[in-house]
Design a protein around this ligand. Sequence first.
Ligand SMILES: [Zn+2]
Length: 131
Amino acid sequence: MPNQDILQQALEIARAQAGVRPMTAAEVATYVSEVAHALEATIEGDGAPAVPVMDPKRSIGESYVTCLECGKKFKVMTIRHLKTHGLTAKEYKAKWGLKKDVSLTAKGLVRMRRKKMQEMRLWERRGQNMD
Ligand SMILES: [Zn+2]
């Protein structure tokens, strides 16, 4: 149950909100409890790590990588995108507990590239044998 201070704060926010758009009593009540919970979560979460949009380990999927900062999906997570969150790839991985050597690229894409590399190597070998 939210404490009195939080409820008071939530009530004031709701009052301000009600001034912006008309709200029914039920809406105000819902709004107050929502705001109170959000405020409470903010206070309790002080200093705690941010809540990821999903399990960081699962953010690197088969066909895309999900940005744990904003939830956007990419085939390849770019340094440029991480910059929009004020993070480097290294900081991003450290923040979300990802391994340093993990590739911020969709698994399927990594596998396809690896396969291509292997094929290329096979061709190289074949070329050498023919010499
Ligand atoms: Zn993002």
